[in-house]
Structure formats: structure tokens, C-alpha cells
Design a binder for this molecule. Structure first.
Ligand code: CU
Length: 220
């Protein structure tokens, strides 16, 4: 009789251990792919695909690991973004703007000097000639947009996620009106503000004082 009980106890123990590790494993499997895909800022593709909701909830409850809520949140957000923005990150085109000593607009220019792109597109400022950089100008980018300040003689790629008009400069050649304009989607988001700042900014130009005005006028 006693042996029976011991035997049952041991078997129950083995069964429980096996069960727990199976649960722990499946929880780990559920958390890993969902977390990676969503945290990377990309479209959450194909995550949590073949795990039924009920099973996942059961796993999380039984395992009672510290990451319970994390798994649930990840599952929720994965579901949301799959439904709402299935191809959000796949549209970005990359354009090129050269930084040149001599271009079709004169000396010390960005080329093309005025460029229109779509939301999500990127622009690579190419150090075609040395001694230039690309830096956004305060007050001349849409609110909520990130400013940038590229290194001298270095390529820099900026991705534009906010609609509006962006004016940028080559810092050492601002006096020579080495500026450029990029519009992203609807340029009117901040076009008037940009024009107002441009009226002040051109006082810093020693030569080519009308260059920025003519760039902006070409967009009207
Ligand atoms: Cu320059």
C-alpha cells in the first residue's frame, strides 16, 4: 500500500515537471517572435499566427512567469498593427541630393535644390564634393519632425515621416545661401511658417540672397 502511494507520487511529480516545462517552452515561443517583430518598428508580420487565443491565455496563466502582461500586450499590439498597417514600412523610396561646389543653380549648391517626396521616403545627402554637410534649420521643418545635423564631407540619410516643408542648410556655406528644400506629402502643413522664417534667414546670406525665395516660389 505504501509503495503504491510512493509510486503514484513519483509519477505525478514526473508528469507535473514535464507539463510545466512544456508550458514554459510554448510561452517562450509565443513571446519571442511577437516581441522582436514589433519592437523593431517594422510591420508585425505573421506573428502569433497558429496559436489559438484560448491556448495562449492558458499558457500564460499556468506558467505564471514574470512576463505575463508583456506577452498579452505584445499579442494585442501585434494583432492591432497587422490589421491597421499591413504594409506601413514597405513603401519608402530613397532619393539622392548631391552636395556640390558647382551645380546648375550656381556655386555651393544642393542638387536637386528642391525635391518633393512621399511620407516614409528617405533622402541621402551625398558628399559628392568635400567640405559640405546637411543640417535642418530651426523653425523651418514641420512640428514633430526630427532635426538632423550631418557631419562634414559625410553622406547622411534622413527618413521623412512628417508631412510638410523642410529647409536645410550646409552649415559652413550658409552665408553663400547653400540651402535646399524638401517637401513631404502636403507641403502646406507649415509652408507659411517656413516663408516667414525665410524672410529673416536671407539676411544671413552674403550672396545669392534671392536663392531661397526662388526655391520656395517654385513650389507655390
Ligand atoms: Cu557647403
Amino acid at each position: 500500500m505504501v509503495y503504491w502511494k510512493i509510486l503514484v507520487f513519483i509519477m505525478f511529480g514526473i508528469w507535473t515537471l514535464g507539463f510545466k516545462s512544456a508550458f514554459a517552452q510554448s510561452v517562450a515561443e509565443n513571446i519571442r517572435p511577437i516581441g522582436q517583430l514589433c519592437v523593431a518598428g517594422q510591420t508585425c508580420v505573421g506573428a502569433q499566427a497558429d496559436v489559438p487565443d484560448g491556448l495562449m491565455a492558458a499558457d500564460v496563466t499556468n506558467a505564471s512567469i514574470e512576463s505575463q502582461s508583456g506577452a498579452l500586450n505584445a499579442a494585442e499590439s501585434a494583432g492591432d498593427s497587422v490589421e491597421i498597417t499591413p504594409v506601413a514600412s514597405s513603401s519608402g523610396e530613397t532619393h539622392e541630393v548631391q552636395m556640390r561646389n558647382q551645380g546648375s543653380d550656381g556655386v555651393m549648391v544642393f542638387e536637386p535644390s528642391v525635391l518633393s517626396v512621399r511620407v516614409g521616403d528617405s533622402v541621402t545627402f551625398k558628399a559628392t564634393d568635400a567640405g559640405h554637410n546637411s543640417a535642418s534649420i530651426e523653425g523651418m521643418i514641420p512640428s514633430g519632425a526630427e532635426s538632423w545635423d550631418g557631419g562634414m564631407s559625410q553622406d547622411i540619410t534622413i527618413t521623412f515621416t512628417e508631412e510638410g516643408t523642410y529647409v536645410y542648410q550646409c552649415t559652413p556655406h550658409l552665408m553663400m545661401a547653400m540651402v535646399g528644400v524638401i517637401t513631404v506629402g502636403d507641403l502646406d502643413k507649415n509652408f507659411q511658417e517656413v516663408e516667414a522664417v525665410a524672410a529673416d534667414k536671407k539676411s544671413e546670406f552674403v550672396m545669392e540672397q534671392g536663392r531661397l525665395d526662388s526655391y520656395l516660389q517654385s513650389l507655390r
